[in-house]
Design a protein around this ligand. Structure first.
Ligand code: ADP
Ligand code: MG
Length: 501
């Protein structure tokens, strides 16, 4: 059960070995009802309330396939550039576990609904890496066990376990990649980007809530190492349920270092499942698993095959939204951002907010200035996600409007934003209430300017001798007298007027 004590440093490992990756990602579909019953598919309800005899596998029940779940599965297949089976069957995967009261999981085996696809994964620096998809098949989720009384929440050390069958029978699509070769040092980054891309795609299709923290998207990460230049893959480990993007990246990184240590010590990697531990960022041994694990799969006798017609598939294809990667390419061109600017926007998760702000009337440059500059800065100082600050595109457009009409300057606008976020109202209301409008009415400015000129006769003399840039020295005191609200350009004009220049 122990982890390998000594790891081989990641960079050292990759001088000698090439990593091979493979991902099995489970996506929970957000249909109204379950895969084979009319029980509600809902998260967070009172345990064991969304359960029918079908979900419990009681004698004599008959399952019925959820048509919407099939359509969602086909949409996922199409979005992953897969072929869609003309006909496919469900199969029984037989095993006993208390979270699966039927004693088998209804899944698909040799006839997945979608197969042979690919997605192009864009890494953070813009490099594109193609990941081939082996299959995407339909199945049902298991119930949820909660192990009580232990310190870890795992079954070991627990006193008793609770079972909630609300999740039993929730529709899943399992997406399995072909072995991914050639990622080298970028393997952990690719792992993260791949799972992120799947999450983005299913969210964009609106077929899943796609919340990893709720388990809507769950990843098993397979890793093996082979000597550089070898043509046969090494033995893989399968780290189960790594349920955040960060964890997927760390798990692959860790497994590469661990595999290298095992191989360097002359031992063999054991083909097994591994548990991921977020606290230590390590994995520990789970159960041995051979490729021939005998689940005694056989075709599900209670369900007819799912037959897809070309018309149905084309109808679904027409429903596909613009793919996220293509949308990004289009937006980058429309907005005229540089590669680096656009990448920063994407990595900051600001694409939608900026898009909405432009749609609300801002120019691309202004939208970028606010979100990437001002709002990101605020988020950093408050240590929250920029999207969670509560800044809306409408607020940004209104603030910029006040700047453009010279009601306020840039600096005041940032203060106004603070007051808006503190709940004081719209930008215009804040400016009004707090009397923040730029002072450019000449009488108010004139008095402050007279005062400053009286106190700095030397500066005045300099200006009169032709050194017009000396006016800068007067602007500070005038700003001070007007609480930063003077219009600097207008101050300059008035000074020159007063001096008859
Ligand atoms: P299982 O259910 O037994 O885990 P799957 O076929 O569902 O098998 O998934 C295995 C995953 O591991 C696939 O993504 C596959 O491409 C990948 N894989 C297969 N062999 C290797 C290997 N030697 N190293 C890394 N990944 C592998
Ligand atoms: Mg599998």
């Amino acid at each position: 059960m122990s982890t390998t004590e000594e790891l081989v440093d990641f960079d050292v490992a990759l001088e000698k070995y090439d990593p091979v990756l493979g991902f099995e990602v489970h996506v929970e579909l957000n249909t109204k009802t379950k895969m084979f019953s009319d029980a509600p598919n809902a998260f967070g309800d009172v345990p064991n309330t969304n359960v029918t005899p079908v979900d419990l596998g009681l004698p004599g029940v008959l399952p019925v396939v959820n048509k919407t779940a099939v359509e969602y599965s086909i949409l996922i297949g199409l979005a992953l550039n897969c072929k869609i089976a003309e006909s496919c069957r469900f199969a029984r995967k037989n095993y006993f576990y208390p979270d699966t009261p039927k004693n088998f999981q209804t899944s698909q085996y040799d006839e997945p609904i979608a197969y042979d696809g690919y997605i192009d994964i864009e890494l953070e620096d813009g490099e594109v890496f193609r990941v081939e998809i082996e299959r995407a098949h339909m199945e049902e989720d298991a119930g949820k066990l909660t192990h009580m009384g232990g310190s870890t929440g795992r079954i070991q050390g627990a006193e008793f376990s609770l079972v909630d069958y609300n999740r039993a029978g929730v529709p899943l699509v399992e997406i399995v990649t072909k072995p991914i070769v050639g990622a080298g040092k970028r393997a952990p980054e690719l792992a993260r980007a791949y799972v992120g891309a799947i999450r983005e795609i299913v969210k964009n299709l609106n077929v899943s809530d796609a919340k990893m923290e709720r388990g809507n998207v769950r990843c098993d990460a397979n890793v093996s190492l082979m000597l550089k230049g070898a043509d046969k893959f090494g033995t893989r480990s399968e780290t189960k349920n790594v349920n955040s993007l960060r964890a997927v990246e760390h798990a692959v990184h860790f497994e590469i270092e661990r595999h290298a240590a095992v191989l360097e010590s002359g031992q063999k990697v054991v083909q097994e499942t591994r548990h991921w531990h977020e606290d230590t960022r390590t994995t520990t041994s789970g159960r041995p698993k051979s490729d021939a694990d005998d689940y005694r799969y056989f075709p599900e006798p209670d369900l007819v095959p799912v037959v897809t017609t070309p018309e149905w598939i084309e109808e679904l294809r027409a429903r596909l939204p613009e793919p996220p990667a293509e949308r990004r390419k289009r937006l980058k061109a429309e907005w005229g951002y540089s590669d680096a600017e656009f990448r920063d926007v994407v990595n900051a998760g600001m694409t939608d907010l900026i898009s909405d702000t432009i749609a609300a009337g801002a120019t691309p440059a202004v939208a970028r200035k606010w979100w990437m500059g001002v709002v990101s800065g605020l988020a950093k100082t408050q240590d929250v996600d920029a999207a969670d600050l509560g800044v809306t595109p409408a607020t940004i457009v209104e603030l910029q409007g006040l700047i453009d009409s010279k009601k306020i300057n840039d600096k005041i606008a940032r203060q106004v934003l603070d007051f808006v976020l503190a709940g004081e109202g719209t930008p215009a209301a804040v400016v009004e209430k707090r009397n923040l409008a730029v002072v450019n009415d000449d009488s108010a400015l004139g008095a402050a300017i007279d005062e400053a000129m009286a106190q700095m006769p030397d500066v005045v003399a300099k200006i009169q001798s032709g050194k017009v840039q000396a006016i800068g020295a007067l602007i500070g005191p005038v700003m001070k007298a007007t609480r930063g609200q003077a219009d600097a350009a207008r101050v300059r004009e008035i000074v020159l007027e007063k001096l008859g220049m």
